[in-house]
Write a protein that binds this ligand. Structure first.
Ligand code: NZQ
Ligand code: ZN
Length: 390
């Protein structure tokens, strides 16, 4: 096991009716807030009204900025920064999913910076300070409510880039599983693929002696595999929704990666798909991850055998470990398909052939490699995109 430092500073407030606590939580930090949200699901569900009532009750002044799109855009982030500067706003409250929270994080960083906020995403600047962000989560998926990341899309060239920094963890995350009852089956499924990907990016490692975190990863994966079909069948099953929601945060708050080298190639390979084709991140991962697995499994067959046996209950073929490993990969793909996700590029709606271009963008013109389980160059990534066509 590797040395590590782990501090997840986000206060988690979990359970039924917890959104009514949002005013009191914000009030600990500020009297005025930017209320940031997406395309309207929170108005339709009535959550918006409850959040506004709670803020008002606590005497918090509200300035609003809605309209965050999935794959959140830097242009709206810039508007948020201007608004916060003009109105002297010291706190950003994100009500929504990963896109809203990531956009809020970007605003919180950009406000205290003299240059353009994209500098953080292009690697020109490093995060040294930011305003506090709080979140009321409406979809378990990205894990942004307690993660160190923010992912933003720049419409100028359609680049999707991330920044990671411990300062970007929200100060609190309010998580009421009932808020996820209104999620359409496809969004629930996209969330599941993203959650599983966050675990698998950590699980497939070459670091030895990590059985404790292996077991945590396997338990978290099994929780998703068991509960997502239940939630799709019955969207108002509180027990299933609650387990998915908590598992989703644990999948990406850093705990499962402690003491081990993580991979993250599949995420970066996927980001090129959502950048150019604006597909849902989770759907892109359902296509990319099994292709990545097929391309790299020979690097560490015993680890893929362990995954197949422990996560998917595949019967171990002691004479042919590769066959067991491949069955685990097949099971992963079958599961994604069974919950209504695309598993090929064509099913994702991508028919044209920009595979070379995407691999080139991903590796900055073949000047950097991606991932750690196997270090992938441009040609490797083209091969993975090709496998994703099957
Ligand atoms: O915009 P509204 O109307 O709210 O609708 C949203 C949106 O269309 C809808 N939705 C959310 N909660 C709902 C709901 N509809 C009905 N009922 C509800 N309760 O769902 C759609 C998707 O929302 P979005 O926020 O985009 O989903 P998600 O949480 O999957 O976030 C995806 C983004 O997060 C990034 C992804 O790249 C992508 O841009 N990621 C962020 C990470 C991080 N910050 O740590 C890590 C991840 O790997 C990921 O890359
Ligand atoms: Zn993800």
């Amino acid at each position: 096991m590797n040395n590590f430092t782990f501090q997840c500073a986000t206060k988690i407030i979990f359970g039924r009716d917890t959104e009514h606590q949002v005013g009191a939580e914000v009030k600990r930090y500020a009297d005025k807030v930017l209320l940031h949200y997406g395309g309207g699901s929170i108005k339709k569900s009535g959550l918006y009204d409850r959040v506004v009532a709670s803020l008002k009750e606590s005497g918090v002044e509200i300035v609003e900025l809605g309209g965050v799109q999935p794959n959140p855009r830097v242009s709206l982030v810039r508007r948020g920064i201007e608004l916060c500067r003009e109105q002297n706003i010291p706190f950003i409250l994100a009500v929504g999913g990963g896109s809203v929270i990531d956009s809020a994080k970007a605003i919180s960083v950009g406000i205290l910076y003299d240059g353009d906020v994209w500098d953080f995403y292009s690697g020109k600047a490093e995060v040294e300070r930011c305003l506090p962000v709080g979140a009321v989560l409406t979809i378990p998926a990205a894990g942004s409510e307690a993660s160190i990341g923010s992912v933003i899309t720049n419409e100028d060239g359609w680049y999707k880039k991330s920044v990671d920094n411990d300062l970007l963890r929200p100060v609190f995350a309010i998580m009421n599983p009932e808020l996820t009852f209104t999620l359409p089956p496809y969004q629930t499924a996209c969330g599941a693929a993203d959650i599983m990907a966050h675990i698998m990016e950590r699980y497939f490692t070459n670091t030895p002696d990590v059985d404790f975190t292996d077991r945590l990863c396997e338990a978290t994966l099994k929780t998703i595999i068991e509960n997502v079909p239940i939630a799709i069948e019955n969207p108002e099953d509180y027990a299933a929704r609650a387990q998915i929601m908590w598992a989703s945060t644990v999948a990406h708050n850093g705990l499962l990666g402690t003491g081990r080298e993580e991979d993250w190639a599949s995420h970066q390979i996927e980001h090129e798909l959502s950048a150019l084709y604006d597909v849902a991140h989770g759907a892109g991962l359902a296509v990319v991850f099994p292709a990545w697995m097929k391309y790299v499994y020979r690097r560490n067959v015993p680890r893929f055998v362990q995954f197949a046996v422990r996560v998917w209950n595949v019967e171990q073929d002691f004479h042919n470990p590769e066959r067991t490993a491949l069955k685990g990969i097949e099971k992963t793909k079958e599961f994604f398909a069974s919950i209504g996700l695309p598993v090929t590029l064509e099913q994702l709606g991508i028919k044209d052939d920009r595979l070379e271009e995407m691999a080139d963008r991903c590796t900055k013109g073949n000047t950097v490699t991606k991932g750690f389980f196997v270090k992938l160059d441009k040609d490797d990534i083209v091969e993975i995109y090709k496998l994703a066509r099957e």
